[in-house]
Ligand binder design. Sequence first.
Ligand code: NAD
Ligand code: MLT
Length: 546
Amino acid sequence: MPRVLVTDKLSPAGLKILEDAEGIELDVRSGLSPEEVREALREADGIIIRSGTKLTAELLEGQTRLKAIVRAGVGVDNIDRDAATREGIVVMNTPAGNTISTAEHAVTLMLSLSRNIGPAHSSMQQGKWERGKFTGSQVAGKTLGIIGLGRIGQSVAQRALGFEMQVVGYDPFMSPERAADLGIKLVDTVDEVTTVCDYLTVHTPLTDETRNLINAERMKNMKPGVRLINCARGGIINEEDLVEAVNAGHVAGAALDVYVNEPLDPESPLLKTPNILCTPHLGASTDEAQELVAEEAADIMIGYLINKEVRHAVNMVPVSGAEMEDLKLYLDLGYRLGLLLAQQGHKGGLKSAQLHYRGEVATKKTGLITSSFAAGLLTAAMDDNVNIVNAEMMARERGIEITESKSAEHGAFSTMISATLVTGDRELTASGTMFGHDFLRLVRLENFPMEAYLDGMLLIYRHRDVPGLIGFIGTVLGKYSVNIANMALGRCSDQPGGDSVAVLNIDSEPSAEALQEIADHAEVTGVELVRLPPAGAPLPWMASDA
Ligand code: NAD
Ligand code: MLT
């Protein structure tokens, strides 16, 4: 039974869903050391975490049982995504559950900063009544700059407009029309925001591009008296530069919920600088948000482990349970074409592969089929656990470029997937289709049209199409007790005597001697044995015990 490990505090609502789920075993452990997490993962099919557990490359390496990581929350920066992908582990998050709470927290910080709520409260606790000292600043009529107009950035903008602020924003992925609809003045550069705003709030992920995005240079060019808010990820605003700019008085204040190192060192200058207001990563810490993300995380994990549904994945194409059901046969066709081409004799290594999707298949999520093809292509050559999550990355890391093209127009078949593999010494093409909703067929190998079964043991021989050869092959295989289940012949021209190929489905593996006897025939130009899964076998990563 699939086991789900939970290593961070998850709302009881989420735990209950997991406890009640049929076919899932729940293992809740908190306060584990990294070494203990590594050991616990060996016995887990899935893990749900928040930000407390760091899933590093060292912890994920060699975790052959683990298939899914679900982050209850948005940021996946505590997960080594490349390492997870390499191990074939899908990483999913719950992007929307804490949007409103986090936006409310950002707005709370902005208002608290403006009205000196933190210091005023501390002063009163010390028995003082310092009304003059804590005169604040009104936000109405001021300009709020927002960097990152995703879910939280937009939600902050909506709220700021309610406070009668002007909102100017920068996000390279936001359309001007959508920004206009939201009442945001969208600009083309970060500086066009940072130089005009009275308040600046950042809502991007932490990436190489956004790390230190707000640094000394940018702060210097901001309006004097600007106030900064970071409720996204520590490091987007450079912490040292911020302390300096606040101490210098150019930046009037800052409010932070997130830090480069969490928990924040109690000796951090951020805590010693007046006018810097800090909260301990509380953006999503409301009952409502925690319940929502925990429930969603539990549903996502169950959906993946039980129905192979991929929701909110950050390292593969998302696909619903129904879509996965619909795609199953296409994925299988892609996988089998990959397996078939990889087993055709070649020298000089694999260089690239091109997939062409024609007809009905072109309207599907072909990226997944390409990944499935890549998994088939690499499976034979790799010891590692290759699957739909990691195959394309593995191919890329080995210098094999896989590309796809598509056309929705029907050809001779309502659906056809053609794969061309370029190796050091040859170019091989195989095309497949499905008959009805069950039967996969090879309909072209190189230039030879045919109709062969794409399952089990295949004996493929290239030959000149002369009388008596089929009888000869049958006799040799009979002599070695190999039964022929099906046979397909393909030749390019209508004329006998030309180059042809034959694909035989056989019931057992012929000995090397039998293959040699076939290869030695004067009219045979090549013999290959290809092993494919039996008809109807589930894809390896979709098997119920996978
Ligand atoms: P989102 O993916 O919806 O939005 C992020 C936006 O940032 C996207 O629109 C993207 O286009 C934009 N972006 C990316 N790089 C950019 C760049 N270089 N310049 C400008 N814009 C850029 O994510 P979200 O749900 O809005 O979350 C935003 C951030 O808030 C994330 O870092 C997330 O981890 C963090 N977060 C923090 C808390 C908390 O507790 N403090 C809670 C939830 C989310
Ligand atoms: C998130 O990325 O969702 C937030 O930082 C909240 C959390 O860490 O739980």
